[in-house]
Design a protein around this ligand. Structure first.
Ligand SMILES: [Zn+2]
Length: 420
């Protein structure tokens, strides 16, 4: 009986995902959907659904779309509604579909975001390439005004509240709240018809996401919630989404204690939820390994446990030429005494290090296979032994940057290890 039910469910989801795929290929024209007087949702175009608010003396825009034609349509649409200038553009978080269009807005606009979101503009991308936002010509379009917990923006008599409720989809997602209209713009913190995205490579976390959304519901007196990728919704539906996330987390936890491995656990969920399920699995594994911060992560492990952890090879210079890479399935291995015995990925880069009692990382040795990248001569070698250089940097809560070189000193490597 249970099996039949599950099959039916999968069929329905398959049909749905095919139809959304079809829709995604054509770009719908930008459209302004009125939420209440002076407040609009900006639909269509390439990129996420944003918003627009007309204050007494200017306009505030939420999120930027992701290409020039879409932004041009947004600017044209705003002009048709009001001749007031755009004073502010608020980025709800750092994903490309929300920020790439910043550069097509007038330079006179003040760009606003959470302080973590601004930092993420400059992060190395998932594929290992440098962020384009470090180019000087784009400097005007990076958030110049940031905040930590709350920021009020007054547009004459109208007040807009920017709230940060914590980590969730990334570490820098905010809610844009219009108290008079009782309307909250949530960005990517709620997806209704798609599975919730949690960007663990940006520090996102599903357990924190639940707390963050609950905090939001408790704090804001909102009735209307606008998502960047779904239709408008209400309190009840958000509550339902929170419960669904908790149910998934509980199911994963139960399956882990039942001795199931990651692949088996993923197979217990519909296909489109498996990426999220993998994230939840890794989160639970790291909770079980008790790693609230970098220091305890590295010192409290034991029993040769391999924990899920992302590390990305940022940069590799071979004979003066730079190569950039990112790795997908990384891990850290701990020995019986709880010392880190190695780090590596499926592409086989390994190392060993020791930590002193203050949590300072003292590196010893690293070595790896050379199948990862580089010129043909380098690829041919079986193994390149590496020396980790003594200039390891801790990047606050974000991670560790490690420097290494090959034994001959010719090749320099820079690793970025996000820690969460
Ligand atoms: Zn988005």
């Amino acid at each position: 009986m249970k099996k039949i039910k599950l099959t039916l469910f999968s069929v329905v989801l398959l049909v749905f995902s095919l139809s959304t795929f079809g829709q995604r290929r054509e770009v719908k024209p930008v459209e302004f959907k009125k939420v209440s007087n002076g407040l609009f949702q900006i639909m269509g175009g390439r990129g996420a659904q944003g918003g627009m608010y007309v204050g007494d003396n200017g306009v505030l825009v939420i999120d930027a779309k992701m290409d020039k034609p879409s932004v041009e349509q947004v600017l044209k649409g705003i002009k048709q509604i009001t001749d007031k200038p755009i004073n502010y553009l608020v980025n709800t978080h750092s994903d490309g579909d929300h920020v790439n269009g910043n550069r097509y807005f007038p330079e006179s606009v003040t760009f606003v975001a959470h302080e973590n979101c601004r930092k993420e503009f400059f992060h190395t991308k998932r594929n290992g390439t440098t962020s384009e936002w470090s180019k000087p010509e784009l400097s005007h379009f990076i958030p110049s005004m940031t905040f930590r917990d709350k920021l009020n923006i007054h547009l004459g008599s109208k007040k807009v509240e920017l709230w940060y409720f914590g980590v969730g989809h990334t570490t820098g997602d905010i809610v844009v709240y219009f108290p008079e209209e009782k309307t909250a713009f949530l960005g990517d913190q709620i997806f209704l018809k798609r599975t919730q995205l949690i960007h663990s490579y940006k520090g996102g976390n599903s357990f924190e996401h639940v707390k963050t959304l609950n905090r939001m519901l408790e704090t804001l007196d909102a009735d209307i919630f606008c998502s960047a990728h779904s239709e408008m919704t209400d309190r009840k539906t958000i509550g339902k989404n929170i419960r669904r996330m908790k149910e998934r987390q509980e199911k994963v936890r139960t399956l882990i204690s039942g001795g199931k491995n990651l692949e088996e656990i993923k197979n217990e969920f519909p296909k489109e939820e498996r990426k999220l399920v993998e994230t939840i699995y890794r989160e639970i594994k790291s909770q079980q390994a008790e790693k609230p911060d970098t220091r305890t992560l590295i010192t409290s492990q034991n029993k040769s446990r391999i924990v899920g952890m992302q590390w990305i090879l940022e940069k590799m210079t071979i004979d003066g030429k730079e190569y950039r890479l990112a790795k997908e399935k990384p891990f850290i291995k701990f020995d019986k005494d709880g010392k880190v015995a190695g780090f590596g990925s499926v592409n086989r880069f390994f190392g060993s290090m020791k930590i002193d009692t203050k949590g300072n990382i003292k590196w010893h040795k690293a070595f790896g296979s050379t199948q990862m990248a580089g010129p043909p001569e380098f690829m041919k070698q079986e193994t390149a032994f590496l020396n980790v250089l003594p200039k390891t940097e801790m990047l606050g809560f974000e991670g560790i940057r490690l420097y290494a070189s090959t034994r001959d000193g010719k090749t320099e490597l820079v690793f970025y290890v996000p820690v969460r």
